[in-house]
Ligand binder design. Structure first.
Ligand SMILES: Cc1cc2nc3c(=O)[nH]c(=O)nc-3n(C[C@H](O)[C@H](O)[C@H](O)COP(=O)(O)OP(=O)(O)OC[C@H]3O[C@@H](n4cnc5c(N)ncnc54)[C@H](O)[C@@H]3O)c2cc1C
Length: 285
């Protein structure tokens, strides 16, 4: 059980982790691999104070190393669910459950997108996690949708355990995908069937399948926490970075513009200090 769980290993989440550790709270950062962060590809960050000639990857690596050195825990997985009960959060990161008392949302800008039929067949052939559900589809036909190298690796894993895989993406190129897996570039996807998934329509073309793995890198905050208040598409926060949910804070791009590292870092620190104060108050009470 952690004092604080942080969703997102970008500048906001890492700054939050650093401040939480400085205040001696246990903290877990749940995030996709750092290499998947858009900033990682930036050759030069010209406007972050104090480090004028640094690249995005070097800056992220330095922030990550600092948080790690201070004792932050890292869970390099996709956070897929968040449930509150018994005074704590149960956070489902693929096949792992992380428990924490307070939560800081720092997942960056995430669009909420649902494919037609996705919700209807969720748990009835539609899955968000290859590691969790892959075994149910051994020797069966599955379609995997993804946009990241991590999703390509998960598709390879499904192939390795005996699934017959077709991979769909809006991205160009097969990337890390195994040569044995057919790759289709797509624009639209619809999941169809009766009781369970039987086929998908990809840009209007039918592919028969038993399962559909939708491996998006992130989940929109309102899909994770349905009661979360938004303001103009971003998470609504006050100056203490409190959301409308008790013990839940937000920081960085997910709270609004400007989408900048310095703002993300500052908000991450404020969110952590607010979470620390809230935890300490609860202990006393
Ligand atoms: C190419 C590029 C260049 C840039 N250059 C500059 C610059 O020069 N100066 C500047 O100030 N800003 C720059 N920015 C903007 C800056 O990168 C962002 O403002 C900053 O990274 C925001 O930090 P954040 O922590 O809020 O979000 P992010 O950095 O986006 O981090 C969020 C992380 O959370 C992860 N995540 C989200 N949901 C989940 C989930 N469900 N499970 C697991 N992980 C999840 C994401 O994958 C991501 O890694 C640039 C951005 C890009 C893309």
């Amino acid at each position: 059980m952690y004092d604080i769980a942080v969703l997102g290993g970008g500048p906001a989440g890492l700054a939050a982790a650093v401040s939480a550790r400085v205040r001696s709270k246990t903290v877990a950062v749940i995030s996709n691999a750092m290499t998947e962060n858009g900033l990682y590809r930036s050759k030069l960050v010209p406007n972050y104070p104090g480090v004028p000639d640094i690249s995005g990857s070097a800056l992220l690596e330095a922030m990550h190393a600092q948080a790690e050195k201070l004792g932050a825990g890292f869970v390099e997985k996709r956070l897929l669910s968040a449930v509150y009960g018994n005074g704590q959060w149960y956070l489902g990161a693929e096949d792992e459950m992380i428990e924490a008392r307070a939560l800081i949302l720092a997942g960056g800008v995430v669009r909420s997108e649902r494919f037609a039929g996705e919700e209807k067949f969720l748990g009835r052939g539609v899955s968000y996690c290859a590691t969790c559900d892959g075994m149910f589809f051994r020797e069966k036909h599955v379609v995997v949708y993804g946009e990241t190298a991590a999703a390509e690796r998960e598709a390879n894993y499904l192939r390795e355990i005996g699934c017959i895989v077709v991979y769909l993406s809006r991205r160009d190129g097969k990337g890390a995908l195994a040569d044995t897996i057919p790759f289709l570039r797509m624009r639209t996807l619809e999941v169809c069937g009766e009781e369970t998934v039987q086929r998908v329509l990809v840009d209007g073309e039918t592919i028969q399948c038993d399962g559909v793995f939708l491996l998006r890198p992130s989940v929109a905050p309102v899909d994770l926490l349905p009661g979360l208040a938004l303001e103009e598409g971003h998470i609504a926060v006050n100056r203490a970075m409190e959301t409308n949910l008790p013990g839940v804070y937000a920081a960085g791009d997910c709270t609004g513009k400007p989408y900048q590292i310095a703002k993300a870092v500052g908000e991450g620190q404020v969110a952590a200090l607010s979470a620390v104060a809230w935890l300490d108050q609860r202990k006393d009470g």
